[in-house]
Design a protein around this ligand. Structure first.
Ligand code: DX5
Ligand code: ZN
Length: 217
């Protein structure tokens, strides 16, 4: 399984974003967290910042939309050129229509589950998606502790993907670090978001390489 490491710029210095992302050129994707103060109790950034960021980097953009009404707002990120757009199923009204819309606009379509949202009701949606994101913290903030009670859900999700013979990716986000990434990989995740574990140290690029090595086993 190919391992991908996606640094979350939520833990970067927003006033120096271009310099920060230049430090992680070895990343597979840049993970960009959009929060709207409604779906989660925090507010980050939106389309104008994402468009500027795209001009400052060649690394593809992995959007994570923690917002209400993604049916309305998510397609614009695909239109702007984000390579992957993740919406939360808890907030979406018509997730199949939305996933098809994202794909039609040229993005990989991805759906996220909050920690208390089970995967099983969404089994039939899997073929509509290019990635599933299993949150391993309550979304809203960086630097939280990894919820290891999510490991069985990661494992069950990987089994469902295999059962349907799908090639889709399985992303984990929240508390992913050198301490927890091997557990996630062993459970079946192959795309790893890390914010504080990458940007809180002195060498973000080296942190990406280290995480990649641990996840690859
Ligand atoms: C949290 C965000 C994450 C966050 C992860 O809701 O979705 O992407 O940046 O931060 P760490 O890796 O520090 O838990
Ligand atoms: Zn995220």
């Amino acid at each position: 399984m190919t391992v991908q490491i996606n640094p979350s710029i939520l833990s970067a210095d927003f006033a120096r974003l271009a310099d920060e992302v230049a430090q992680v050129r070895n990343a597979d994707w840049l993970h960009v967290d959009v929060m709207d103060n409604h779906f989660v109790p925090n507010l980050t950034l939106g389309l104008p910042v994402v468009e500027s960021l795209m001009k400052a980097t060649d690394t593809p953009i992995d959007m994570h939309l923690m917002i209400e009404d993604p049916d309305r707002w998510a397609p614009a990120y695909a239109e702007a050129g984000a390579g992957s757009v993740t919406f939360h199923v808890e907030a979406a009204t018509a997730p199949i229509k939305l996933a098809r819309d994202l794909r039609a606009k040229g993005a990989r379509a991805s759906m996220a589950l909050r920690p208390a949202t089970p995967i099983e009701p969404y089994e039939d949606l899997l073929p509509e998606l290019d990635m599933l994101l299993v949150m391993t913290v309550e979304p809203g903030f960086g630097g939280q502790s990894f919820l290891d009670v999510m490991l069985p859900k990661i494992r069950r999700t990987r089994q469902l993907i295999a059962k349907h013979g799908l090639q889709m990716w399985l992303q984990v986000d929240g508390g992913v670090s050198a301490k927890t990434i091997e557990m996630c990989a062993e459970a079946g995740a192959d795309v790893f978001v890390a914010g504080s574990a990458v940007f809180d140290g002195t060498d973000p690029g080296a942190a990406v390489d280290r995480l990649r090595g641990l996840a690859a086993g």
